[in-house]
Design a protein around this ligand. Sequence first.
Ligand code: 26Q
Length: 822
Amino acid sequence: PITIEDDRTGLSVETLRRALADHLYYIQGKLPEHASKNDFYLALAFVVRDRLMPRWLYSKKNYLQPDTRIVSYLSAEFLLGPHLENNLINLDIQDEVRQAVQESNLDYQVLIDQEEEPGLGNGGLGRLAACYMDSLSSLEIPALGYGIRYEFGIFDQDIRDGWQVEMTDKWLQFGNPWEIARPSFAVTVKLGGHTEPYVDNQGQYKVRWVPAQIVKGIPYDTPITGYKVNTVNTLRLWKSEAPESFDFQVFNVGDYYGAVDQKIVSENISKVLYPNDEQVQGKELRLMQQFFFVSCALQDMIRIHLTSGRRLNTFHEKFAVQLNDTHPAIGVAELMRLLIDEHDMAWDTAWDVTSRSFAFTNHTLLPEALEKWSVDLFGRILPRHLEIIYEINRRFLDQVRVKFMGDEGHLERLSLIDESGHRSVRMANLACVGSYSINGVAALHTELVKSTILKDFYELSPEKFNNKTNGVTPRRWMVQANPRLTNLISSKIGDNWIKHLHELKGLEQYADDPGFRHEWRQIKLSIKRDLAEHIQRRTGITVNPESMFDVLVKRIHEYKRQHLKVLHIITLYNRIKANPDIDLTPRTFIFGGKAAPGYAMAKLMIKFVTSVGDVVNNDPDVRDRLKVVFLPDYNVTFGQRVYPAAELSEQISTAGKEASGTGNMKFSMNGALTIGTLDGANIEIREEVGAENFFLFGLKTPEVQELKANGYNPWDYYDSNETLKAVLDLVAHGHFSHGDPELFRPLLDNLLHHDPFVVLADYQAYIDCQDQVDQAYRDQDNWTRMSILNAARTGKFSSDRSISEYCEDIWKVKPLPVTVPI
Ligand code: 26Q
């Protein structure tokens, strides 16, 4: 029989080829001979988007069914990474599309590489949100992600003369085929001004917010496909614009520039992602961003709720609203305002709905990362919310007084307002009071949250607290990033593991199989060769693919201790200089990561890596046994290249500082061994893979606390350890700075006199442990065995496991398979 496929939905190679040509001609408006690579990429992206559209539309339709319960994930960041290949994998059309592309005389990889990744996040927290969206769809959970459509995402990093240089990320400049603007669902958001009491026409005493400014929020929807299921959830990101009428009032009195100024402020709100992670500044624009997207999201949810035919007093039954850290915590006050001021609900009902809607995830233990807003600033931007927060606080503290009678300490610490010094609003406290669940992101982290930063809240409401250890999606971080390993694994145990990662356990039986080990090692080597070529192209540095690939990629921060890694490199360098014929394991040290532009010490740490690299890489005595590479512009795309190539994963934060880490999981899954401290999820990784397959070193959390309590003096470690002294002296004398003793002085002074992250105290333990790594690497057979066992035992770290736990314990939401009529 002759079957004719539709150009929009057909999946045969021939139809796909025709659809590609069709889109190039009619959507890009290009003849093939005039089309750029990007034109072909866009045409292909539209071919794929067409094919997910029916599933997307019917998934959306489900949201509006009255009984559908929806997870609403509120996050200021979604660090998605490229969509195209991910969607091909999820739709299971990779082979056909490859073939169609080839038959169109195009190069599949070239087209994939055209995509500019949406870098709408800083690091771990933003990437976690992206992995969670993937798992929600793959598990067929109705979900909406809400965030900001930043025009400029995380800056592009260049390295010039060894220093970081930031450049704007113009990710939208060549068009974004994955988003659809929905101007018909635009909402308005108020800012500034004052409040005034009034009596409404039912005789009710009410408060009116008279704003100084109104901005418009326009939603842009991106489809989030699930793996081999019909569910395609929506990520709805908001762009700010000036309302059409923006200029009338001012314009009429002739203040043209004033009118345009207002328009600029409106458009600035979604302009750029703040590039700081783990160090907050109380900037007005940042508060506006947070409020803007949260208000848009809640208004949108209320619209969906009412459209699905329900009354507002059941809002909490329709939506489970997750707060990704405190960045969206203003939502607690905003939902109260919307219900009371705009929908005439009584306070008690509104509070009942609100406090049953929100759940809060904490991601940090660093005091400098806790968000506080000065009451002055807050009241200037959100005068009504400040009143509401005062009222929430008054009622809350009344309850606290009953529980902790007469204890002023508790009241002071629990209050939503910090009254010490300049008064400020504590966003973590607002999130805790307004949420029915509070969770940390790894077992140790949750315990530390309960015993330190949120101790008082834990004592008040222990039942709210729970742990949800982070996870990462095996679709992106194995199937997409590491197709060769994926094929080998599936050839042995089938491909069920992609949805049920615990099934990787089946690999354990091959850990002692010489043939399997050989294949495993050959794959790692071939990926290392590809990375070596990439390094050559990007940095001009030649590296030996047979050397150990020792990788440290993550945001640059003192607590993550990239400088400890550099001290190790200098130690090896000194050994070679003292004895050029020394027998040591050749290594390639690969660094990547961005520093917050305002974080001088982090930027100096980058210069430290590159400067040591310049000397080590070019010293003839080293004879290419050590190579140091700093790869510029570490991002999701590069992560997909580097995790599969890594043999040693560096997870060396100060114990008690890294909430969880997620890169650690990506490495392990791809068969890297970890050298790490007992911090964050490292602890759980070690539990899973076995202590004998993990290189542990360093002080434990209580030991760090004790050391500091007893007056830690880093100088003592310098003074009593000759190798450490030699390393630091070499830096101090300018060996890595062309004789300039000043360049690294701030870094050295900090280490020798403050060392807040106990780098020097952990130095010797780290060196000793690295020496064990060297020894272990010499036995390649056993190393490969450990590598296989690592991958086989990482089932726990699938984000599917994390999301299932959120669904069962917190959100109380069940899968809802989507039916697509044919
Ligand atoms: C806040 C206010 C103003 C400006 C910026 C910020 C801001 C932005 C991003 C504060 C913090 C962040 C990011 C934090 C983050 O990425 N934390 C990481 O979260 C991961 C996911 O849970 C954990 O694995 C990491 O351990 C944790 O560091």
